[in-house]
Design a protein around this ligand. Structure first.
Ligand SMILES: C[S@@+](CC[C@H](N)C(=O)[O-])C[C@H]1O[C@@H](n2cnc3c(N)ncnc32)[C@H](O)[C@@H]1O
Length: 264
């Protein structure tokens, strides 16, 4: 199977053609179901039941292509009124092994609601395939600020100050609330997809769940964020997307990214 390419087609049909147990991670940001009401790809199911049944199928195929120690990350959000993702998380956690629920804290609210707090997060359900998973916990860290480091260095229990400083300067392990600002309209990173995810968020998922050279599959590639992140982290990738306009956006982006991040 040739990696580092975009397959134009339907996620379910194309996943079925792939061999089993090839991917170390699946990163899937599927249609939400009637959240982006102006996007035909988000309103293609008559009922929530139809949407959930479709999700059962592509998630089963995603788990099939995953290695035994791999992780599948599945994005979802609550819309203005919709709660379909809650049902999806519940049924997928019964069909597969639940691993984690990551909160993507978008740093700013994204939708004006008059009768509740403004939504600010999306969710990432993480499923595992086997009992042991590859997870590079130290690869995603949160830096301490200088004042905090100086305070911690006063702790008399640590005799070797240089070793202690080096340890603190690595930062602390990230929590499962990942704060990465969502892309503003004027962001340089924005490339014309209505639900483009920040590359810094996808980087974190790939860095912790894979090693250099591992394969990452994204069945709903959109503007190519997963591919761009995998490319710059030296992972292999495979993306599926049905819309040719988004594929063109992704290809342009990947060509630009590879010149930006190519190794000398
Ligand atoms: C939420 S967006 C993904 C955005 C992407 N993560 C990014 O950062 O650009 C979902 C994508 O799935 C695509 N899509 C919808 N139904 C599909 C299907 N059955 N097979 C493949 N792609 C599909 C849409 O065209 C859309 O680009």
């Amino acid at each position: 199977m040739k990696p580092n390419r975009i397959i134009q087609g339907d996620a379910l049909a194309e996943l079925k053609k792939l061999p089993a147990a090839v991917a170390q991670a699946v990163i899937a940001d599927p249609p939400y179901f009637n959240v982006l009401e102006n996007e035909a790809w988000d309103t293609q199911w008559k009922t929530a039941a139809d949407y959930l049944a479709w999700c059962d199928e592509w998630v089963a195929e995603s788990m099939r292509v995953l290695r035994d120690d791999g992780l599948a990350f599945i994005f979802g959000q609550l819309g203005k009124r919709e709660h379909t993702f809650l049902h999806l998380m519940s049924r997928l956690s019964q069909q597969h092994q639940f691993h984690d629920l990551i909160i993507w804290d978008r740093a700013v609210g994204y939708d004006e609601r008059r009768d509740s707090f403004t939504p600010q997060y999306e969710m990432i359900l993480v499923l595992r395939k086997g009992d042991a998973v590859k997870f590079n916990k130290g690869s995603v860290r949160l830096p301490y600020d200088a004042a905090t480091i100086e305070t911690y260095l006063k702790d008399k229990r640590y005799k070797d100050k240089d070793a202690r400083r080096a340890h603190l300067e690595k930062g602390k392990y990230a929590t499962n609330i990942l704060r990465v600002p969502s892309l503003k309209g004027a962001s340089k990173e924005k490339c014309g997809h209505p639900s483009q995810k920040p590359i810094n968020l996808i980087d974190k998922l790939i860095a912790c769940a894979t090693d250099v050279g591992d394969l990452v599959i994204d069945p709903f590639l959109g503007s190519g964020t997963t591919a761009a992140a995998a490319q710059r982290l030296d992972r292999q990738w495979l993306g599926i997307e049905k819309d040719s306009a988004y594929i063109e956006i992704a290809k342009k982006r990947l060509a630009a990214d590879s010149s930006l991040f190519s190794k000398s």
